[in-house]
Design a protein around this ligand. Sequence first.
Ligand SMILES: O=C/C=C/C(C(=O)O)=C(/O)C(=O)O
Ligand SMILES: [Fe+2]
Length: 287
Amino acid sequence: MIELKDVSYARLGAPDLEQAEAFATRCLGLQVAERSAKALYLRSDDRAHTLCYVEGDPQDQTVAFEIDDAGQLDAAAGTLEGLGHGVHAGTAGECAARKVKAFIAFKDPTGNQIELVVRPDRSGRRYFPTRDAGITGFSHIGLNTTDPRRDERFWTQVCNARVSDRIGDIALMRVNAIHHTMALAPASGPGIQHINHQVASNDDVLRSFYHLAEQNVPIVFGPGRHPTSGARFLYFLGPNNMVFEYSVGVDAIEDEASHRPRQFGFEPSSLCMWGSKPGGAIPLPPS
Ligand SMILES: O=C/C=C/C(C(=O)O)=C(/O)C(=O)O
Ligand SMILES: [Fe+2]
């Protein structure tokens, strides 16, 4: 079994790094860790980076998960190869570009680009963004799936993901005590469906709602509260239509052994207990 410990970073292709930087710093509230002509590294917590925009095609989207050590990385490569997944071991240059000691890259059954990393860099400096969005860290991702049952089997039986809850066929899966680190969202092809950052308080969610609306950032869902994890949330669009989420108050799974996934219907009330519906925000009064 491949033992995922946590989500580590997302790498997104972007044709316009300046636009990505403006969004990340003025809207989302990340800290620029490093910038070069071809890449922009962003921090959201004590890690050296958790999001990297790389000059290129926005369809090029990768998510990385941390595993414990090099021995487990070798074993993971063997397991994946045995199952017919092509595995690429990161070169020294590729490891440096990801700020990790070692990694392997492969595609999940939908074709999502996944990296497993060992010893991602931490920063000795405190995370200190230019905009105070109250972010406490990169927490989970939504991953597209073209076959939810197949991909749930892959993540739970090959990796150590456990289903915390399901909404219709959307599995919310954990790899540690946090309610979910990944959510599988039915789609017609691979890709990252959304990127979540936790914030410190309900106030942060609502402050950002007004801030983002003022910056003309499209709000696509919320403010609301998920019945599944209990989190208060806000979803909005970033560069190249990537969906970002702020949330606060995601449940922890208290007792790993006794937790049973709950089944929610695929309907608006399963997505938000306050009545918000995906696709539209509360209209703001004219200023
Ligand atoms: O629309 C449902 C989303 C549920 C949750 C949650 O329970 O927190 C998410 O954050 C998610 O799937 O992204
Ligand atoms: Fe989410």
